[in-house]
Design a protein around this ligand. Structure first.
Ligand code: 5GP
Ligand code: MG
Length: 185
């Protein structure tokens, strides 16, 4: 890959193994949910994680999609979360599991959780693949976490930098010379 991508932080193999364990944890929690669950995936970052996770969840499920943007262009600095398109089945009375790629400042999940709760689901839980320490406010909680990572900007396995690198099979650190090249987009 081009010089933007630095060291591998989480290998393809480690991702696979952790997602298998996460799926077991999730199946256990929803063991008595005969009507199945409704996944609400936050696109585009959760795309790969969603695809891997749901194929390991042997239960009835529906899938809804939302887009939220927080990083405009070639920057690694969050500009606040803005809701984009929403394509959701009826969530009223449902058991909803929100799926996102990473919890950082918590702005994205605060927005998504509020939006989901407005639809009056029976339960709302959240799973994230990655979690950075310490920035999210206490009211933004996640129920399942893949990996806790340091406060570095990562790409791959769905996560992008300026729209690129989502297709990397592992999670890598963005090399420092790639960051905030245009800072003002
Ligand atoms: P938050 O709103 O919690 O600050 O950030 C969550 C969103 O910002 C994530 O869904 C993801 O799209 C993006 N984000 C946060 N940290 C990173 C990162 O290290 N790499 C990438 N590519 N996106 C990130
Ligand atoms: Mg995101």
């Amino acid at each position: 890959m081009p010089g933007d991508v630095g060291e591998v932080l989480i290998s393809e193999d480690a991702l696979k193994r952790r997602i298998t364990v996460l799926a077991r944890e999730i199946s256990h929690v929803y063991a008595d949910t005969p009507r199945g669950i409704t996944m609400v995936a936050v696109l585009a970052g959760s795309l790969i994680f969603l695809a891997d996770l749901i194929r390991r969840l042997p239960m009835k499920m529906r899938i809804g999609l939302m887009t939220v943007s927080s990083y405009a262009g070639a920057t690694t600095e969050s500009r606040g979360a803005v809701l984009g398109s929403v394509s959701l089945p009826d969530l009223r009375g449902r058991d909803v599991l929100i799926v996102d790629d990473i919890l950082d400042t918590g702005r994205t999940l605060a927005l998504v959780q509020t939006e989901v709760r407005r639809a009056k689901p029976r339960t709302v839980r959240t799973v994230v693949l990655l979690r950075k320490p310490g920035k999210a406010p206490p009211e933004v909680t996640v129920d399942f976490t893949g990996f806790d990572i340091d406060d570095v900007f990562v790409v791959g396995f769905g996560l992008d930098y300026d729209g690129l690198y989502r297709n990397l099979p592992h999670v890598a650190v963005l090399s420092s010379n790639a960051q905030d090249l245009d800072g003002v987009t």
